[in-house]
Design a protein around this ligand. Structure first.
Ligand SMILES: [Zn+2]
Length: 139
């Protein structure tokens, strides 16, 4: 950042990001130590709010349903779909964590449900799914 040109490029990038901020912000330029000096009207809205976006996995809630909760949600949903639609077989697509539970701790729950509806239920890991995502496929 020796040249004036570089400094201006940095300041321009800063201004672009900060333009999204509705709060008044003034960029004063570089200090003698080479830091960007800026002043910002005090508000309750943090700078992080301007520079970040909600986490797409939890949609900004900051927490995810446990794999177990998702398992129960899937079982309820499968039961509902089995009553509503005709299918030879049902396939659960879900994250590795959820499928692992169906293969282990929740295998009995799944077997009971499969008996109840009188249809086989198969499992498939979808590696791109986050813990809360699942699909039930009618086959
Ligand atoms: Zn998150």
């Amino acid at each position: 950042m020796d040249t004036e040109e570089h400094r201006n490029a940095v300041l321009n990038e800063f201004r672009k990001v900060l333009a999204r901020d509705r709060t008044r912000m003034t960029i004063n330029g570089f200090t003698q130590l080479g830091l960007v000096e800026m002043t910002r009207k005090r508000t309750r809205e943090s700078l992080a709010h301007v520079l970040c976006e909600p986490c797409p996995v939890c949609a900004g809630r900051g927490e995810l349903k446990t794999a177990q909760t998702v398992c129960y949600q899937i079982l309820r949903e499968l039961m509902r779909e089995a009553r509503q639609f005709e299918a030879k077989e049902f396939r659960i697509l879900a994250s590795q964590q959820v499928i692992d539970l169906f293969l282990d701790e929740e295998s009995q729950g799944l077997a009971i449900l499969s008996d109840d509806i009188g249809k086989p239920v198969s499992l498939q890991v979808e590696s791109q799914y986050n813990q809360e995502q699942f699909d039930i496929v009618l086959m």
